[in-house]
Write a protein that binds this ligand. Structure first.
Ligand SMILES: Nc1ncnc2c1ncn2[C@@H]1O[C@H](COP(=O)(O)OP(=O)(O)O)[C@@H](O)[C@H]1O
Ligand SMILES: [Mg+2]
Length: 315
């Protein structure tokens, strides 16, 4: 691989597949992550996100296809790549009998970080992730949220060029989640490439330049969040509770019939301009104002539309 290609693309996965028994976890998946990007892998449970990350990190071997990280085949030479990576997988890897501070120090020594830099980084991460009050408590006594914070802190200890985070904010409280978002933005501004998975579409929309929406081991759609929204659905969303039998009257006279997405009683109606529909609904309700929300269409709508919830109207 040429030096130029190595510097512009951090990850190149080419037709990668992985099965577990009869189950195809990842199905001929190809993706390219440019250097400096924040790339989000989204998808329902079981879509193959974690397996994909594990193959990129080199802890799961693909059955076929290749994964290159920094231009190096991760299957052949994982060690030469790992010192440049930081990773928080879904399962925390912590030394349970040691405290957060000791975990950070052990990890730092593993990466050959010398003193006083080692202490400085450990202190900074303990402060940032608000682990100070628990810095000397054995990890096994910490709550899940604290353990998760420490796992993310560990992945930052070696100042990685490429950071992989598998559902980093699941189980974190809102303040820590906000802090992590700002940290990811800072890292990105410093040139770090970030690959993350999340179930929070608002998180993906805020952080990621590019998202790939996976389902059943395949990438169904890839692009900038704003582009995916604009390509797939109309700009405004009217959200309200209604029964399927009420729907025809609701949409009567709205031409052309807008795209709709139903999740149980909740109906989302997508239009470029919601004014007429709202006037019509108000007229129909004759003063008895039903509660409805008008909001910009977001990535969650696209995600639901792509990953299985029934969508009516042309996409
Ligand atoms: N070690 C494993 N053994 C057997 N099946 C697995 C293993 N890891 C993942 N799977 C299966 O592969 C599929 C994809 O899993 P995963 O990559 O964890 O999805 P996601 O992270 O998107 O939820 C699932 O059906 C899961 O049950
Ligand atoms: Mg997963």
């Amino acid at each position: 691989m040429t030096p130029r290609a190595e510097s512009s693309i951090i990850v190149e996965a080419a037709s990668v597949s992985k099965r577990f028994g009869d189950r195809v976890a990842v199905d001929r998946l190809s993706l390219r992550i440019p250097t400096g990007a924040c790339y989000g892998l989204l998808g329902p449970n079981g879509a193959g996100k974690t397996t994909t990350l594990r193959m990129i990190y080199g802890v799961t071997r693909p059955d076929s296809g290749t994964v290159r990280v920094f231009g190096i085949d991760i299957g052949r030479n994982p060690r030469s790549v790992r010192s440049r990576l930081g990773v928080t997988l879904q399962q925390n890897v912590l030394i349970e009998q040691l405290s957060p501070e000791e975990n950070l120090r052990v990890f730092g020594r593993y990466h050959l970080i010398p003193e006083p830099e080692l202490s400085r980084r450990a202190r900074e991460l303990i402060g940032f992730f608000e682990l100070g009050s628990h810095a000397n408590v054995p990890v096994r006594h910490l709550s899940g949220g604290f353990q998760r914070r420490l796992a993310i802190a560990l992945s930052l200890m070696n100042r990685p060029q490429f950071l992989i985070l598998d559902e980093p904010t699941t189980g974190l409280d809102p303040a820590v989640r906000l802090a992590l978002w700002s940290r990811v933005r800072d890292l990105k501004a410093e040139g770090t490439t970030v690959l993350l998975t999340t179930h929070y579409m608002d998180e993906a929309q805020r952080l990621c330049d590019t998202v790939a929406i996976m389902s059943a081991g395949k990438v169904m759609e890839e692009g900038a969040p704003s582009d995916l929204i604009a390509q797939r659905l109309a700009r405004e969303t009217v959200e309200l509770d209604c029964l399927p039998t009420e729907e025809p009257a609701l949409l009567n006279g709205v031409d052309p019939t807008p795209q709709r997405l139903r999740v149980g009683r909740r109906l989302m109606i997508y239009l470029d301009d919601a004014t007429r529909l709202i006037d019509h609904i108000r007229e129909l309700d004759r003063g008895q104002r039903r509660s409805l929300i008008v909001r910009p269409t977001n990535l969650e709508d696209v995600f639901l539309a792509l990953t299985g919830t029934s969508l009516e109207g042309d996409l």
